[in-house]
Design a binder for this molecule. Structure first.
Ligand code: KG4
Ligand code: ZN
Length: 408
């Protein structure tokens, strides 16, 4: 397996792929072994009768994530200080989607199938083996349903074979609770409830009020494109590659953010909603008029101007949400939270209003399974469990997850 690092996480790009039907073979083999055990110990209902951990053992949870274009597995232990990350493995599909300028769902599903077994195996081995674990958590939505199904089926099979409790995790809740992972380089200490959270990723941009790890309410969301999608679409328009966010972030560092005065999205609207599709149109109009600038001759200025427009909007609404809700803690999470301009601007704006800002390090912001394992541990600790009927959901409001897993 060849590896590299991306945003500080271990990212594997070239797996020795299992046989094409390797996943099915693995699950069949696990099923046979489990059946032998079941025959020896009847009566038993393996999925509905998992072995619960002893009350004094800390939750040590395998998390599996496959909602979009990263196959990820991680093991996280619940400690009084937060989630201790015992392993954190990610197989990225970026190279496979890059030629198309965005995620192609069918390619994503197939890539997840190839990667899911080696990624889980690696994460479990690094954490000390199966005996270290006492539960399995998996992203069950929202996301690409074909992609989600791969992780959900793998997690269900493994939980069943190992007789471990299982819980389906809402991907958005995973992002929002990511600041509770114990990692270096986080901005701010751990947030205190209640807090407002800005979740800005490639698929979602919304503001939430979080009263506890399992009580979350949406305050406002994007009406069209997500912030990450806006970065990606502008980068595609400028022929810069995919994903666009990190590329624009890099270019913007040396550009003049006031060079191109784009109109603020939803200017004059006093609400907590977002809209980014107009910015993409404004950039295409600008490019049609002036041409695509080259590096060193306007490209950095255009990137900085686009980034400033997105960032100013996100920061203004985050502060407005905290003020409206009367809370003094705020969180930024999701892939766009890795943006250096956003981190700096949000820190300044929050400081000026007396709001404590918490931003996880980049490897906790972009999709990862440690955040899923941690959200799973919190849900399991609150008594939530899922069984063999756990299913993937393309859409799943975080409020519905908050107090009842998929049964709500
Ligand atoms: O949370 P994430 O990894 O996956 C989704 O759930 O969507 O977010 C991916 C998004 C992409 O749109 C990517 O361009 C954006 O996050 N992104 C960034 C940066 N790093 C990733 N956007 C702006 N600046 C960055 N440094
Ligand atoms: Zn995400």
């Amino acid at each position: 397996m060849e590896g590299c690092t991306c945003a500080g996480a271990e990212v594997y790009t070239n797996f020795r792929a299992p046989a094409p039907h390797g996943v099915a073979l693995l699950f069949t083999a696990l099923a046979h072994r489990r059946n032998r055990e079941v025959r020896a110990q009847r009566p038993i209902d393996p999925m509905n009768d998992p072995i619960e951990k002893s009350p004094d053992a800390p939750w040590t949870v395998l998390g599996v994530e496959s909602s979009c274009d990263e196959t990820a597995a991680a093991v996280v232990r619940m400690t009084p200080d937060g989630g201790e990350v015992l392993s954190d493995v990610i197989a990225t599909q970026i190279a496979e989607h890059a030629p198309y300028g965005g995620v192609v769902p069918e390619i994503a599903s197939r890539a997840h199938l190839r990667a899911v077994v080696p990624v889980i195996r690696e994460a479990v081995e690094r954490a000390g083996g199966w005996s270290t674990l006492n539960a399995v958590a998996v992203t069950a939505g929202p996301g690409l349903v074909g992609a989600l199904l791969v992780g959900v089926q793998a997690a269900k099979s493994l939980a069943w074979a190992k007789r471990l409790p299982l819980v389906g995790v809402n991907h958005l809740a995973g992002h929002m609770l990511a600041p509770f992972l114990v990692r270096e380089q986080a901005i701010g200490s751990r947030p205190q409830f209640p807090f407002v959270a800005l979740l800005a990723s490639g698929g979602h941009t919304a503001l939430y009020r979080c009263d506890s790890p399992t009580q979350m309410r949406e305050l406002g969301a994007t009406r069209d494109d997500a912030a990450g999608e806006a970065f990606d679409k502008v980068a595609k328009l400028l022929g810069l590659g995919y994903p666009g966010g990190p590329i624009i972030d890099r270019l913007a560092a040396t550009g003049d953010p006031l060079a191109v005065p784009f109109t603020q999205p939803m200017r004059g609207r006093d609400n907590l909603e977002f809209s980014f599709s107009g910015l993409k149109t404004a950039v295409s109009v600008h490019v049609a008029k002036h041409g695509i600038p080259t590096a060193g001759a306007g490209l950095e200025d255009l990137a900085a101007s686009v980034q400033k427009t997105i960032v100013d909007n996100l920061v203004r609404k985050l502060v407005a949400a905290a003020v409206r809700e009367g809370v003094s803690h705020a969180v930024i999470s999701g892939g766009v939270a890795a943006n250096r301009g956003l981190r700096a601007a949000a820190l300044d704006a929050c400081r000026a209003r007396g709001i404590s800002l918490h931003v996880p390090p980049a490897k906790s912001c972009t999709d990862n399974a440690a955040m899923i394992a941690w959200a799973g541990a919190v849900a399991l600790d609150a008594g939530l469990r899922d069984g063999p009927t756990l299913n993937a959901r393309a859409s799943w409001p975080v409020t519905a997850w908050a107090l009842g897993a998929q049964s709500s």
